[in-house]
Write a protein that binds this ligand. Structure first.
Ligand SMILES: [Zn+2]
Ligand SMILES: [Zn+2]
Length: 239
């Protein structure tokens, strides 16, 4: 599992929709400390004794002198620190973290490979670095942040400070930047593309699908959407 921003109850319900149970999870990989990614991690890990992996910076941002939600996991030996550039193995998967420019302490995103098929996941990045592009260049499935449409963000209800944060280089990817990345890394062995981390205020699934599909001369409905309420149906990569 990558990240857990939900309560235990909500997480269990969402797993059940996919025919899964939390007890089947081998590990929780945490990308960064923001609540929509980390709020449920410690509780889920404690309940099911699931190992957790995060960067040192993420750990220091979650566990502060005032609040230590990770203390129990440390005691149980469930907390593991990853280096943001070093690959590691979990079950039969090779996990490659890579750093992203985002306003968190030491944020990463991941590619996951079983040796034959590789999934790339990229959310919560304000811009694309050459290293991100290299890491995602040979994936067979992609989950790409399409956080906002630039026009909707600019004309939307957010105060200026938040507009600047979200739209800035350490904020979130807009549809067009995500589409440019996709155009740069697209190849014919790509089995699916999922638009994710879509803002309810500043974007629509249709705009995200439109932007990504136009970048690769595909139909809008060829782009899958992970929305906030229903998530995404189970998707498999074939080797
Ligand atoms: Zn986020
Ligand atoms: Zn974030």
């Amino acid at each position: 599992m990558i990240d857990c921003g939900f309560s235990i109850k909500e997480t269990e319900a969402r797993l059940l929709r996919l025919g899964l149970e939390a007890s089947q999870i081998d590990a929780i990989l945490v990308t960064h400390e923001h609540q929509d990614h980390a709020a449920g991690v410690a509780k889920l890990s404690a309940k099911y004794q699931i190992p957790v992996v995060m960067t040192y910076g993420t750990m220091k941002a979650i566990d502060t002198p005032a609040q230590k939600p990770l203390a129990g996991l440390l005691e149980d030996g469930l907390l593991n620190i990853m280096d943001s550039h070093s690959a590691f193995e979990i079950a039969d998967l090779n996990i490659q973290p890579f750093p992203v420019p985002h306003d968190a302490r030491e944020p990463v995103q991941f590619t996951l490979s079983n040796g034959a098929a590789k999934l790339g996941v990229l959310t919560d990045t304000g811009s694309i670095t050459p290293h991100i592009q290299t890491c995602l260049s040979d994936c067979h499935g992609l989950v790409l942040e399409c956080n906002h449409d630039l026009n909707m963000l600019q004309g939307g209800p957010y105060p200026n400070s938040l507009k600047n944060r979200v739209g800035g280089r350490w904020g979130h990817l807009d549809n067009q930047t995500s589409a440019q990345l996709l155009a740069a890394i697209y190849h014919t062995d790509l089995q699916f593309i999922v638009a994710a981390h879509i803002s309810a205020q500043n974007n629509t699934p249709q705009l995200a699908q439109q932007a990504l599909s136009m970048a690769i001369n595909a139909q809008a409905e060829d782009i899958l959407v992970a929305d906030q309420m229903t998530g995404l149906a189970w998707c498999s990569l074939t080797n």
